[in-house]
Ligand binder design. Structure first.
Ligand SMILES: *Cc1c(COP(=O)(O)O)cnc(C)c1O
Length: 343
């Protein structure tokens, strides 16, 4: 597989912006090279453009190499940079499963790239042969597993079959992988030069506010992304906060376990309501339910001070609400409200 053939032709040969911190790294007693204010307040210096300490820590945690890791200002920046790297505006097309995460189509639109939405089956399962057929000719194919908003995972061997049969780049979004029964595909990345995997610290890690997205891929793709990214896309506060916070690995893991056990509590409770028609099995930190009248129930919950996501306008999602698993106390409040709901 020749990755360079997939890169936007006008980017080939481009030279990256070279910052002061790119041109000199290491120790010195006087730094007069970046026009910073010299008075130390903790953040008066530009951050490390390649986030080396943070990548080293994350790579160890994820059992991969720092050279296979790119960091973005949230996954959303990683997704946008993939469009910029691989897609010529107005020429290339991409494909994405549908219903799925809204940012794929927003990013496609902003980059003037046509998006082909490939529908899941009615029951939200995945038809691999149809996906292989309908994604032909696209530069990128977005797969989300576990998927937002359906909370379903795509079986691993179906994902790899698609990757093997796709001539562009498969972008596998694993934002919710920490809540899934099966491990993700990170361990198999080396076998697939046209696979990139997006993860995030926004969900299981509890760090949505610091905006840190992870993209795993071949060294070649990572070095291309480094070339086209904004020089200081991950700020100093984020790098430092993440480095410190990742020392709490046990806390993060126990919170994930707690959310998974609360998910079970909610799933069982939701099944019992007469107005709930289907509780879709979840591999994520949210539950999608089909109800008799989603708009009415949504409004009822708002009136009780509880906000869920109405997904009814999404393809195949008529009359569905998406409930994020909250704390035990929050989940109890939702169930109390539902107990008092009059159809
Ligand atoms: C929440 C979510 C993300 C996370 O995006 P960030 O920009 O990293 O916060 C990515 N993909 C999917 C499918 C999501 O639901």
């Amino acid at each position: 597989m020749n990755i360079e053939q997939l890169i936007r032709p006008d980017l080939i040969g481009m030279k990256a912006y070279s910052s002061a911190r790119d041109e000199f790294e290491g120790t010195a007693s006087v730094f007069l090279d970046a026009n910073e204010n010299p008075n130390d307040n903790g953040v008066n210096r530009y951050p490390d453009p390649l986030q080396k300490s943070l990548k080293a820590k994350l790579a160890t945690l994820k059992e991969t190499n720092p050279e296979n890791l790119f960091l973005g200002n949230g996954s959303d920046e990683c997704i946008d940079l993939l469009f910029r790297l691989f897609c010529s505006p107005g020429i290339d097309t991409v494909a994405a499963m549908s219903p799925s995460y809204g940012m794929y189509s927003v990013s496609a639109r902003i980059n003037n790239v046509e998006l082909k939405e490939i529908l899941l089956n009615e029951d939200f399962t995945f038809s691999t042969d149809r996906f292989i057929e309908e994604s032909k000719g696209s530069k990128l194919l977005f797969l989300c597993s576990p998927n937002n908003p359906t909370a379903f995972s795509i079986p691993r061997k179906e994902i790899t079959r698609i990757v093997e049969n796709f001539s562009g780049i498969v972008v596998l979004d694993e934002a919710y992988i920490d809540f899934a029964k099966e491990p993700g595909l990170l361990g198999e990345l080396e076998k697939y030069p046209n696979l990139v995997i997006c993860q995030t610290l926004s969900k299981a890690f509890g760090l949505a506010g610091i905006r840190l997205g992870l993209l795993f891929g071949s060294k070649e793709i990572i070095s291309w992304l480094n070339k086209i990214k904004p020089p200081y896309n991950v700020n100093q506060l984020t790098q430092q906060f993440a480095l410190d916070y990742l020392n709490n690995w046990e806390k993060i893991q126990s919170e994930t376990a707690e959310i998974i056990s609360e998910r079970k509590v909610l799933e069982i409770a939701l099944e019992k309501y007469s107005f709930v028609e289907e509780v879709f099995p979840s591999d994520a930190n949210f539950i999608l339910v089909r109800v008799n009248d989603a708009n009415k129930l949504y409004q009822y919950l708002i009136n009780r001070g509880i906000v869920v996501r109405n997904r009814s306008t999404q393809p195949l999602c008529q009359n569905t609400l998406r409930l994020t698993v909250g704390t035990a106390k929050e989940n109890q409040l939702v169930l109390e409200a539902l107990n008092q709901y009059q159809i």
